[in-house]
Design a protein around this ligand. Structure first.
Ligand SMILES: CC(C)(COP(=O)(O)OP(=O)(O)OC[C@H]1O[C@@H](n2cnc3c(N)ncnc32)[C@H](O)[C@@H]1OP(=O)(O)O)[C@@H](O)C(=O)NCCC(=O)NCCS
Length: 141
């Protein structure tokens, strides 16, 4: 299994996986991500063809629990269900870390929903430290 940077021919597979991770996203959301100059998409190849995972990393001005600014942030992380538990997610995060280190970032921020225990465990196993728990609110104006 090889992890590498996204290339244009990956677009259908990337869209398939991104929609699986974020079912409510729009075509505009995907276009906005593709247009970001301060971000990268890493993909994991599926044998014999296609992809089986992706990770998205970008710069944020600030990230909870991180001291540096700007800071690299793991914005998206997905492995197809039939390939989970085989090191694909770890390989994607290692590639994200390499991308960030090469650009001078000293920290990598991330988050997981409170009920996503698998993601929380995987983060911890991959060397992340939990820094905060939060509940987000919204009020229509
Ligand atoms: C989170 C996710 C990307 C992990 O990918 P993966 O390929 O299964 O991860 P890996 O096999 O590389 O495992 C990485 C580490 O996490 C641990 N881990 C993975 N799945 C686990 C599980 N179900 N329970 C406990 N630990 C788990 C592994 O043991 C491994 O640590 P180790 O190498 O020390 O044993 C994958 O489960 C996924 O796509 N989940 C759905 C989408 C999602 O929740 N994304 C994250 C949003 S914040």
């Amino acid at each position: 299994m090889r992890v590498r940077l996204y290339q244009p021919s990956d677009d259908p597979e990337w869209r398939r996986m991104r929609t699986a991770l974020w079912p409510d996203q729009t075509a505009a959301d995907m276009a906005a991500w593709r247009s970001r100059a301060d971000a990268a998409t890493l993909v994991a190849e599926r044998e014999p063809a296609g992809l089986c995972g992706f990770a998205e990393v970008g710069a944020r001005a600030f990230a909870d629990g991180c001291d540096s600014s700007p800071v690299a942030y793991l914005e998206g992380w997905w492995v197809d269900p039939d390939r989970r538990g085989q090191g694909v997610g770890a390989a994607l995060v290692r590639a994200v870390e390499t991308w960030a280190r090469q650009r001078g970032y000293r920290e990598l921020g991330s988050d997981a929903l409170l009920d996503n225990l698998v993601s929380q465990r995987a983060h911890l196993r991959l060397g992340f430290s939990e820094v905060e728990r939060a509940v987000r609110y919204r009020k229509a104006l």
